[in-house]
Design a protein around this ligand. Structure first.
Ligand SMILES: Nc1ncnc2c1ncn2[C@@H]1O[C@H](COP(=O)(O)OP(=O)(O)OP(=O)(O)O)[C@@H](O)[C@H]1O
Length: 730
């Protein structure tokens, strides 16, 4: 066995990790045969490189860390405040693969072909680089030799090569951006499909605590993930390819011993870098979370600008914004500060230390040909040695050899450098991967009805815990019926343990009770927003129930869109409804003039700001008349209109045959209903027929007695005064 053979065999025998045995076998097999020694060295270099990158990005656990992780698993993941585990480990690879399948759905997909074209450009650029290295050598050699013709030919070639080289570089940048946008489109489509189905968008914000700013995740984190992924591909694929090609070239030029030396140096540097690498992945995920919170605070100010302005709350809002902003900036500054020493170390090792090593490597055969045993060099290595030492050649040859190999060495060390730098990008990608994957996990969970939310204290009682464990049935029916259905808030608060009532066409139900007793919650359960924890809920299709809240929702779009929401104009035409019909509907709610006032049906505006509170409620009622559902849920939806308009709104709705389920504290509405569901606020309720007239009379009598009773203490006090006066001496 030669010296090099035994060195490689010795190094390979030290490979002991379970997953590396395949590598070990390959290297040992090659090392046994002197003919394949170069392959053995290359295999070892590759193995060392991949192991270095893996170790750098996957630091070994410190004492006690593993125990801490185990404990984390047992605690409930209830909030994003607890940072998700972000490391480049198996979890990352699993998550990454899942996202990769979404952004590259198959070999027939556009993304796959873009990736192939991109890879072709990468290979082409590396081939060009090798060619340019040798051309460089030839030009300098011609210059040193004083051969003008060779020099001119060299320059012409140089300029010719520049055309495909610059085109390749531009195309690489273009392909990278194109890939990023293509990945983003795929991922966004996937997320939108899941987010806007099965009311996931509602459940994420209201029933589950894990994702605080879904908008930030969907808009910013997905973009960053896709950009980072496409950049990483370019930044990793090219240097890996370069390492293959340059090393093959170098091993021929400088011999296997020297290459073995390089691998040792890389190993050592990787160990040092690993020791001083901060957890960038975790930091990036935290930065995104803080960014999301800051953005969300700004959206709140915009959303509630009127209320804040009227309260004069700008100072306190500014304080909140400042707090969120400085929390973010403090974190970002910390990352910047940590990057200074780390980048210094990285630059020192990768650019300067490796550069110096490369030059020493180049100089080896020149200064110590005998010690390095030039006898064993053959073929290209011998050529290089001859050129380098000048044996049998002139200065021109020596210069050509040096320039070519120096360029190759520089490119090779640059490629190694970029691979080493990319671990930082990988750990940043891990941060984005964690954020996007968590969003998808929560989507999947809430679709299955699994929610993670901080529960209120009352959920601790045994009876309540029992209620929370159960799940009820939902049965399709023409009528609405609750049979022993508990009313439970997302916090786990059981507001009513078993609610039963029945509404069919012709019944108009009034729902009464103190604040917070669960009146609106009933509709959330009926609408499928909150889970049914027990009993049986009979309900018709979604289209048969129409909901009008106190603050009606106005969409982005035309005036027409506001009246027909959530229908489109095509659906409106399919129903044979014209703009004239819509005007008639608006006239019922005394809003016919609005079409002209706002500039026609097709006018687009920010309707939330353009319309008054009463206008909005009237538009919402017009919407109800357009849709003509079987049932309408009216949740304090006439609080901003006059009694006259309210009367018209209610009578028209009943004339259209719509059954009304109303929540209102206004006694003026009682007369439009024939049943009442009254909560007592203590978990009890009654469901009975409503004789509105009698109830109103009783209410009036009660009010007058209460008014008279208010005077009783005053009268009693006066009586006492009078009695005292009677016994006083005059
Ligand atoms: N999205 C939510 N997440 C957690 N708890 C909620 C949510 N929505 C409502 N709750 C809680 O559920 C309870 C019942 O709320 P609900 O809106 O049904 O009250 P209400 O009877 O309609 O009151 P009001 O007359 O004031 O409108 C309240 O304690 C409220 O805090």
């Amino acid at each position: 066995m030669t010296n090099v053979q035994s060195k490689v065999a010795q190094a390979a025998s030290q490979i002991s990790t379970a997953g590396s045995t395949v590598f070990k076998d390959i290297i040992l097999t090659y090392a046994k045969n002197a003919k394949h020694i170069r392959r053995a060295v290359l295999a070892y270099v590759l193995f060392s490189l991949s192991r270095s990158i893996y170790r750098t990005t996957h630091p070994t656990k410190k004492k006690g860390e593993a125990k801490g992780e185990e404990q984390n698993k047992t605690t409930n993941l209830t909030s994003q405040d607890k940072m998700p585990k972000v490391k480049v480990d198996m979890v990352f690879f699993q998550r990454f693969l899942r996202l990769l399948k979404i952004v590259i759905p198959g070999v027939r997909s556009k993304e796959f072909w873009l990736l192939c074209v991109h890879s072709c450009f990468l290979v082409f650029r590396t081939v060009l680089s090798v060619y340019i290295a040798s051309l460089d050598g030839r030009i300098v050699s011609a210059l040193v030799r004083g051969k003008g013709r060779d020099f001119v030919v060299g320059i012409i070639w140089w300029m010719t090569v520049a055309i495909p080289a610059t085109y390749t570089n531009s195309m690489l940048t273009y392909m990278q951006s194109k890939l990023a946008i293509q990945f983003r489109t795929r991922l966004t489509e996937y997320i939108h499909n899941h987010y806007l189905s099965d009311m996931t968008f509602y459940a994420i914000g209201n029933l589950d605590d894990r994702i605080k700013n879904a908008d930030q995740c969907i808009t910013v984190d997905t973009t960053k993930f896709c950009t980072s992924l496409s950049e990483l591909y370019s930044n990793l694929a090219k240097p890996i390819l370069d390492v293959f090609i340059y090393n093959a070239q170098l091993s021929r030029n400088v011999g296997s011993d020297s290459l073995f030396g390089i691998s040792m140096i890389i190993q050592l540097s990787a160990v040092v870098l690993r020791k001083f690498t901060p957890p960038f992945g975790k930091m990036v995920a935290e930065e995104q979370r803080l960014e999301g919170e800051y953005r969300f605070t700004h959206s709140r100010v915009i959303e509630n600008s009127e209320e804040i302005a009227l309260y004069g709350g700008h100072e306190i809002e500014r304080d909140t914004l400042d707090k969120k902003y400085f929390a973010l900036i403090k974190h970002v500054n910390r990352i910047f500060r940590m990057r200074i020493p780390h980048s210094m170390l990285e630059d020192f090792i990768i650019k300067y230390f490796w550069g110096a090593c490369g030059l020493v490597l180049c100089a080896g055969p020149v200064f110590w040909p005998k010690q390095l045993g030039d006898g064993k060099f053959t073929g290209a290595a011998k050529d290089f040695l001859d050129k380098a030492t000048g044996e049998g050649n002139d200065l021109g040859n020596r210069t050509e050899g040096f320039v070519t190999n120096r360029r190759l060495l520089m490119s090779s060390s640059d490629a190694f450098g970029r691979i080493m730098y990319s671990y930082k990008e990988i750990s940043e990608l891990a941060g984005y991967t964690a954020r996007v994957s968590e969003l998808l996990d929560v989507f999947a969970d809430v679709k299955k009805g699994h929610f993670a939310k901080q529960l209120v204290s009352s959920a601790g009682t045994e009876a309540h815990a029992e209620v929370l464990k159960g799940r009820g049935n939902i049965v399709h029916s023409e009528d609405i019926e609750f049979k022993d259905v508990p009313i439970v808030s997302p916090n786990g608060d059981v507001l009513v343990s078993k609610l039963s009532f029945h509404v069919k066409p012709g019944i108009h139900l009034l729902i009464l009770g103190p604040n917070g007793c669960g009146k609106s919650s009933l509709f959330r359960i009926l609408g499928g927003l909150w889970p049914v924890y027990g009993g049986t809920l009979y309900r018709p299709d979604h289209e048969d129930i129409f909901y009008i809240p106190q603050r009606p929702y106005l969409s982005l779009g035309t005036l027409r869109d506001q009246v027909i929401y959530p229908h489109t104009i095509e659906e409106m035409h399919a129903r044979n409804v014209t703009d004239e019909d819509l005007v008639k509907i608006l006239e019922v709610v005394q809003l016919g003039h609005i079409v002209e006032r706002e500039g026609g049906w097709d006018k687009e505006r920010e309707w939330t700001l353009a319309l008054s509170g009463g206008d909005k409620q009237r538009i919402a009622m017009a919407r109800l008349y357009y849709h003509r559902p079987r049932y309408a849920i009216l949740d304090e939806c006439t609080s901003a209109v006059s009694m006259d308009v309210e009367r018209i709104m209610y009578t028209h709705a009943t004339e259209l045959g719509i059954s009304l389920l109303t929540v209102s504290h206004r006694p003026s509405l009682w007369k439009y209903h024939n049943y009442v569901l009254q909560y007592d606020g203590q978990g009890g309720y009654i469901f009975t027929k409503l004789d509105a007239e009698r109830r109103l009379k009783l209410q009036e009598e009660k009010n007058s007695i209460e008014a008279r009773l208010q005077n009783v203490p005053k009268l009693e006090a006066r009586l006492k005064e009078l009695q005292a006066l009677r016994f006083r001496k005059t």
